[in-house]
Ligand binder design. Structure first.
Ligand SMILES: [Zn+2]
Length: 490
């Protein structure tokens, strides 16, 4: 079978919009994209091998150059042929949902892998490991799949930003099927599931970079800023009712303590039990008038209150009492301030998940003040750990999964050589840390990999502690209790 026939066969097998009658039509679509010489070349049984080869053929035929965005655009167009239309995708999803939610999400997730929207081959290059901490085992990934942005392209994008506002942002619905450009990802094979949340239309998709199993994104149809309110708790609980085996959480709605997409209301979820969910409550709190809500402070490096109840309405009511109390709560003795120059500094990172008959809401207190000593943020990774991570501690990290930049992989090779007293080109930013590590213990080629992974985990633990508003010392604990006394009794 030649490569075009192989690809067409794959598209027909995956895409119910097509059947054998469409063979000639699809063949011509593929030839138009890659050039007619393709039909003389042998294909393979693996659709990703075929995709790579079709791209090479297109380059030979001068249909595209070797520019990475042109490659991504062509790959997405070729895989779009294997993907049902948006309306058909929605129809199949909701039909499968009637049987049960997992049936629908399984199908949609596998479609997104099979049509390469989730680029499983690049994701397989990510490194993933566990590290011990006094808060339980934490997860670390070094992320090699998400391409680092080329500074030249960023400059071009900034220039283009004022000229071209389509799609308005990367979360907007208008990305579905968007071809892409030099400075914007290819989305021909992207599909969104529509659903009702409250009385609004929302979309559901998977993240192309899946940091954990079935990493999903839930998106408001309207491009409007992130906003944490009572409605957020209602929405999160409703999503866990729609998809009972998924957790779902929202990033904070102010800079420094949240994600990078504050302009468009969205949540992230998926099928994963994060380290945070396994951390136990260490101090119980009694909430007046809500006997059905179990509450407590959790043993976690960030300041976390957990609420558990089988009754969603009560849970939402208590969560909103805590949110409102925190929005206006200041305790200067521990550097916590709700407002500075009339600017709001407080918000929360909320996460919902289910356990048996219970709904659980995790409420993480956030404060985005900066100071002269900590210009990047007082409750943000401090300068001594920024050589590992200096980005915001968003939803995923809050739950105990570190997403570290891909550059670390090569940098850590040099740190390793330094620890083993070999010739190295260690980056100056890692030098103090590496010196401390070299004195701390004896390093040899057998222990260097696992020990260094553990040391990265130790840095991540410190990063989470930095982001905690109430520290874990006696003074911090007393201050946390004082805040909890505004809405509960111990
Ligand atoms: Zn948008």
């Amino acid at each position: 079978m030649n490569i075009v026939e192989s690809h067409v066969k794959y598209c027909i097998s995956l895409n119910p919009d097509f059947n054998d009658l469409d063979k000639n039509y699809l063949t011509n679509r593929v030839l138009a994209l890659v050039g007619e010489s393709a039909s003389t070349i042998l294909g393979s049984d693996n659709h990703l091998d075929n995709l790579e080869l079709l791209i090479k053929i297109a380059q030979q035929n001068k249909k595209i150059t070797n520019d990475s965005s042109q490659i991504q655009i062509l790959a997405a167009q070729l895989m779009d042929l294997s993907t049902p239309s948006p309306s058909k995708t929605n129809q199949i999803f909701w039909k499968k949902y009637q049987l049960n939610p997992q049936n629908a999400t399984n199908w949609f997730y596998h479609l997104n892998c099979a049509n390469n929207y989730i680029q499983t081959r690049s994701i397989a290059k990510n490194q993933h490991f566990w590290a011990h901490s006094s808060f339980g085992d934490l997860e670390i990934t070094i992320n090699l799949a998400k391409p680092e942005k080329d500074p030249k392209k960023i400059a071009k994008m900034l220039k283009r930003h004022s000229e071209n506002q389509y799609p308005q942002c990367k979360l907007c619905f208008e990305n579905e099927g968007y071809q892409g450009r030099e400075d914007y990802p290819a989305r021909s094979n992207h599909r969104l599931i529509r659903f009702k949340l409250g009385n609004k239309v929302w979309g559901f998709q998977y993240s192309p970079y899946v940091y954990f199993p079935e990493h999903a994104i839930f998106i408001d149809q309207v491009h409007e800023p992130m906003n944490i309110s009572r409605k957020t708790f209602e929405n999160l609980i409703e999503i866990t009712q729609l998809f009972p085996d998924y957790f779902v959480g929202s990033n904070a709605d102010i800079p420094i303590v949240g994600g990078s997409m504050l302009d468009h209301e969205h949540y992230q979820g998926g099928k994963h039990e994060f380290p945070m969910f396994k951390a136990p409550i260490i101090y119980n709190l009694k909430i007046n008038n809500f006997p059905k809500v179990k509450a407590g402070i959790v043993k976690w490096p960030m300041s976390l209150i957990r609420l558990i109840s089988p009754i969603p309405e009560q849970l939402i009511a208590v969560a909103d009492i805590i949110r409102k109390s925190w929005l206006n709560y200041s305790d200067k003795s521990v550097n916590v301030r709700a407002f500075v120059n009339h600017e709001r500094k407080h918000t929360i990172t909320p996460i919902a998940h289910r356990q048996g008959n219970n709904y659980i809401l995790e409420i993480v207190l956030r404060d985005n003040q900066t100071s002269e000593k900590y210009p990047d943020g007082i409750f943000h990774p401090h300068p001594n750990v920024q050589h590992i991570k200096k980005e915001n501690i968003g939803l995923i990290e809050v739950m105990g999964l570190a997403i570290l930049p891909g550059r670390l992989l090569s940098e850590l090779q040099e740190v390793k050589k330094f620890l083993l007293h070999e010739d190295n080109q260690i980056a100056s930013k890692h030098f103090l840390w590496a010196q401390y590590l070299r004195k701390k213990t004896t390093w040899n080629p057998q222990n260097v990999d696992p020990k260094l992974q553990q040391e990265l985990g130790n840095v991540f633990t410190q990063i989470l502690k930095d982001a905690g508003v109430f520290k874990l010392d006696l003074q911090g604990k007393e201050a946390f209790f004082k805040f909890c006394a505004t809405f509960s009794q111990r």
